[in-house]
Design a binder for this molecule. Structure first.
Ligand SMILES: [Ca+2]
Length: 92
């Protein structure tokens, strides 16, 4: 019995870590998409997030450099949140 629980607890811990990282991966942070670090997400950089890439032209109204941090935040909420509204995108 003791041996079984010693094996089960680490397995559950690993499973939880995988679940947590999968949840984070659904909504990459601004810094993760901004590959060249210029403070804007270009159309090319947006390709890493298909829901953002698809809506890029309608989101990027300023249309020069790409999406600013605030444009990105609202775009992800509008276009990348799964149906059911379980998004825990941080509001800052
Ligand atoms: Ca960039």
């Amino acid at each position: 019995m003791m041996n079984l629980s010693k094996q089960t607890i680490p397995a559950l811990t690993i499973a939880l870590l995988f679940a947590a990282s999968a949840a984070i991966a659904q909504n990459p942070r601004f810094e993760e998409l901004d590959g060249d670090g210029d403070g804007y997400i270009s159309k090319t950089e947006a390709r890493a997030l298909p829901c953002l890439s698809d809506a890029f032209d309608q989101i990027d109204k300023q249309s020069e450099k790409g999406l600013s941090r605030s444009e990105y935040g609202s775009a992800v909420q509008q276009h990348c949140s799964k149906s059911g509204g379980e998004s825990d995108w941080p509001q800052s």
